[in-house]
Design a protein around this ligand. Structure first.
Ligand code: CA2
Length: 155
């Protein structure tokens, strides 16, 4: 059955997040991206929402998906841009160009790591940012997105 975009949260993951759980467990933990997907579906279900869960190693594909979420008027986007966090003007511009809120989400605390990870192009366009909670941050971002949008829809 087709999912209504008005009831769908996009969860987008950038480059190399497909490798989650295979290396650097001291930074990113032992869970896989499949585990993250299950966590997101569970969190969204508690709000009666569906999840469109995607990962790509290609910046252009992610820009297309951000535009798709905007065009379809999805509830919002939870976005872990991976390394694109620190480089991507195009993802920043795509988020600015849509009318749905984006929550930037990082597994690690990017402010407690290498200095070049402290800067995010995405944060300038995001409604909110969460980092350092491990993969639980995705569920917290979904809850936060729902709280923000519910607040907005109140009279
Ligand atoms: O903490 C995060 O979620 C990051 O967005 C993850 C990115 C990193 O470039 C950002 O600075 C912070 C890295 C994603 C790649 O993750 C891997 C996990 C396991 C093995 C290899 C890569």
């Amino acid at each position: 059955m087709a999912k209504s975009m008005a009831k769908t949260i996009y969860v987008l993951n950038g480059p190399n997040l497909n490798l989650l759980g295979t290396r650097e467990p001291h930074i990113y933990g032992h869970s896989s991206l499949k585990d993250v997907e299950k966590l997101c579906r569970k969190a969204a279900e508690t709000h009666g929402l569906a999840v469109e869960f995607r990962q790509s190693n290609h910046e252009g594909a992610i820009v297309d998906w951000i535009q798709e979420a905007g065009a379809g008027k999805a509830v919002g986007i939870v976005f872990n841009p991976g390394g694109l966090t620190h480089t991507s003007v195009s993802c920043h511009d795509a988020i600015k160009g849509i009318g749905v809120p984006t929550i930037e989400c990082h597994i690690s605390n990017i402010h407690a790591r290498e200095p070049w990870r402290n800067h995010s192009y995405i944060s300038f366009a995001a409604k909110a940012v969460i980092c350092g909670f491990g993969i639980q941050g995705y569920a917290l971002a979904i809850d936060g997105l729902v709280a923000l949008t519910a607040a907005k829809s109140k009279p």
